[in-house]
Design a protein around this ligand. Sequence first.
Ligand code: DX5
Ligand code: ZN
Length: 221
Amino acid sequence: MAVLISPSILSADFANLERDLGVIADADYVHVDVMDNHFVPNLTLGLPVVRRLVEVSPVPLDVHLMIEDPDRWAPAFAEAGVASVTFHAEAAQGSVRLARELRARGARAGVALRPATPVEPYLDLLDEFDMILVMTVEPGFGGQAFIEGTLAKVRRARAAIDAAGAATWVQVDGGVSRDTIAAIAEAGANVFVAGSAVYGASDPAAEIAALRAIADGAARP
Ligand code: DX5
Ligand code: ZN
């Protein structure tokens, strides 16, 4: 399965987002963390900024909504022309209905799970979601340590997807680095978000290549 790298601009320079998008042009996506200071204790950016990022980004946008009431707010992000919209399972009232609304607006639909949220309720509904985001840290901040116990959830998600012959992607977000990415790829993830690892590197493009090479080497055939 192809490895997809999605650097997170949470660790970019918010005064120079267009410049910092330019240095990750070799990535597959750019991961955009929308936080509302309610679902998580941090505030980042919203729809007006996302609309401009769509216009200037060299790669498609992978939007991660860490917000309350995504049923109300998420569809507008799909309408903004982003490639993928992921909302949190813990915040959504009707995750299947919302995923269908996102797809109807032309976006891929993802459902995100905090570290302590089980994946099992979604395993009978794989066809409804283009991606399951397994959070490997508690959402809210970049630069946190990878939570090892979340790998078991990645393995269970991958096993169920393969058994069902589903096309759902498994994304991981939080603490992804050269030290952790091999084990995560081996567990069955195929989309890798990396914020501080990429933007904290002296050469972000080289870091993307290095992460991709390690994940490719460890990924399942
Ligand atoms: C955290 C965000 C992540 C964050 C990851 O809540 O969802 O996307 O940018 O940062 P790193 O890769 O530094 O752990
Ligand atoms: Zn994220």
